[in-house]
Design a protein around this ligand. Structure first.
Ligand code: HEM
Length: 213
């Protein structure tokens, strides 16, 4: 039901995006907020689809009364921080689209120039929030290693770590190569894959059968 609801919201958001003309070179003050909302819904949709697939693929199911939440606040904080990383990333991408730089030097000068728009001056927030998110992610991975002897969870933790390193590498290349389209798509694909893997790992660590706790 969540997947269906988020799909409908995604379609409505997409339709209004076009109707309001918040596309191409539009510099409407509404565009950044709208983009943030759109990406947030996309991530929630992806999370709902991933969890549906994951839950349907398991061999065992549990009744609600037979499960227990383990460290839910840390898990929610990790997921929310990674969502904020995505939102700041979508704003950085919009800044790159509207105000493309011709060299790394001019891009850095733009970042610190008082005459640049806020979208460009706030680009630094994306890698900074990404760094903070990594601390939460590492906490989650350490927890996975300490608390779980399940081979599946260890493999998934290794995948999350590998994807985090890939997203970082592509992000740094993005800055150095001035965000060419193919690299933007690769960075977004890696970030979405990291998100999907993180959602499953968080669910596995947080929602556990009573007897396993
Ligand atoms: C947890 C790590 C990270 C995640 C989940 C993440 C996620 C994202 C997302 C969702 C976008 C928007 C893509 C789009 O709408 O086209 C983006 C853009 C961007 N990110 Fe990241 N990012 C991460 C780390 C980094 C790091 C470490 C850097 C650089 C040091 C970086 C540099 C960029 C740049 C330059 C853009 C704008 C160009 C583009 O769209 O590719 N990112 N990021």
């Amino acid at each position: 039901m969540a997947s269906v609801a988020f799909t409908l919201i995604e379609a409505i958001l997409g339709a209004f995006l076009v109707k309001l003309g918040l596309t191409a070179q539009s510099q409407s003050p509404l565009r950044p907020a709208y983009l943030a909302l759109h990406l947030t819904n996309t991530l929630l949709l992806l999370a709902a689809l991933t969890l549906t697939a994951h839950l349907l693929g398991r061999s065992k199911g549990y009744l609600r009364s037979a499960i227990r939440l383990v460290a839910p606040f840390g898990a929610v904080a990790t997921v929310v921080v990674v969502m904020i990383v995505g939102v700041t990333g979508s704003l950085a991408a919009l800044g790159d689209t509207l105000f493309p730089a011709t060299s790394l030097g001019s891009a850095l000068a733009q970042d610190f120039s008082a005459t640049s728009g806020w979208l460009v001056r706030w680009r630094w927030t994306h890698p900074t929030v990404a760094f903070c998110a990594s601390i939460f992610l590492i906490w989650l991975l350490v927890r996975a290693a300490q608390r779980s002897s399940a081979w599946d969870n260890r493999r998934l933790s290794a995948l999350v770590l590998l994807l985090l390193a890939t997203v970082y590498t592509l992000g740094i290349l993005d800055v150095l190569l001035l965000a060419p389209l193919w690299l933007q798509v690769a960075h977004l694909l890696a970030a979405d894959t990291l998100w999907a893997a993180l959602v499953v790992l968080t669910a596995r660590l947080t929602v556990q059968p009573v007897e396993m706790v």
